[in-house]
Design a protein around this ligand. Structure first.
Ligand code: SF4
Ligand code: SF4
Length: 276
């Protein structure tokens, strides 16, 4: 199997992430009107509104009044990820994923995963940060997470130039490298939490084919949300947990053809009790 084929999803993800950033940048730099705005709120071809549902929730909590186009934009995003993509925003769109993937790759190369764990953060912390962001937004009248969001910082940095705020991205890189494995995206980021909830019942899922599995555990090593692969070593089933980011790293590292994308079959999943 060629190296390029083994990295096909990774290359596609980087193409999408960098391509989107370039479109935002080119709207500002060259006046192209393909994708204008930022990841929080944008317009496709000057017609289709797109909006980050979590940013809208924060603004609603803060008491902001918004136009109908913003709600339509949020609804389009919710429908897309809720029905089709699951939490794919995190691995196919969000630019911070490139930073955290790099940190995780370095962690594996430097064997830091094998070192004694000094810092522990619950994977549920992201849901608490989510709630806290909404409470702080309501109290301050400002979209709280948006003010410090590394996603916004990265996105705006590419469009308008990265200043000192870029240090936030470096801090996340160091935290993921030397602190907690997949610390930011897998434990703290509330936007990742929001997409885990939105994508809970989406159609595109990773499927595990147990007869092919040799229990090498390479998939668990690279998976940024390794708990979602709870079925490895058990029966054939589908990764149904909303935390899976559909990054396909597990599929790419599997040499035994035991993992692949599939369309969720609700009837069979329910009968087998897979909808956890
Ligand atoms: S968890 Fe947050 S920072 Fe990480 S990829 Fe998802 S939205 Fe981006
Ligand atoms: S199960 Fe596979 S696709 Fe889902 S997050 Fe883990 S490595 Fe990515």
């Amino acid at each position: 199997m060629s190296r390029i084929y083994k990295m096909r999803y990774l290359l596609l993800r980087r193409f999408t992430q960098i391509g989107l950033l370039f479109l935002y940048f080119s709207a500002n730099a060259y006046g192209w009107k393909i994708l204008t705005g930022t990841l929080s709120s944008s317009t496709l071809f000057q017609t289709v509104p797109l909006a980050d549902p979590f940013a809208i929730l924060q603004m609603l909590s803060a008491g902001a009044v918004m136009g109908m186009d913003v709600f339509i934009g949020a609804a389009i995003i919710i429908l897309f990820y809720g029905i089709i993509g699951g939490r794919a925003f995190c691995s196919w769109v969000c630019p911070v994923n490139m930073v955290t993937d790099l940190a995780n790759w370095l962690r594996r190369k430097l064997l830091l995963d094998k070192a004694e764990r000094k810092v522990w953060v619950s994977r549920n912390a992201r849901y608490w940060v989510l709630v806290l962001s909404l409470i702080v937004s309501a109290i301050t009248g400002l979209a709280a997470f948006e003010l410090v969001s590394p996603i916004t910082i990265f996105n705006r940095g590419v469009i308008f130039g990265m200043g000192m705020t870029g240090g936030v991205l470096f801090a996340i890189f160091l935290f993921d490298l030397f602190g907690v494995k997949n610390g930011w995206c897998g434990h703290i980021c509330p936007l990742g939490g929001v997409y885990s909830l939105i994508g809970r019942f989406s159609l595109i899922r990773v499927r595990h084919n147990e007869p092919n599995c040799t229990l090498c555990m390479k998939c668990k090593e690279v998976c940024p949300e390794s708990e979602v692969l709870f079925m490895i070593g058990k029966k054939s089933t589908t990764v149904n947990m909303g935390e899976c980011v559909n990054c396909a790293r597990c599929i790419e590292v599997c040499d035994d053809d035991a993992l692949g994308f599939s369309i969720r079959d609700f009837a069979t999943s329910k009968a087998k009790g897979e909808n956890r």
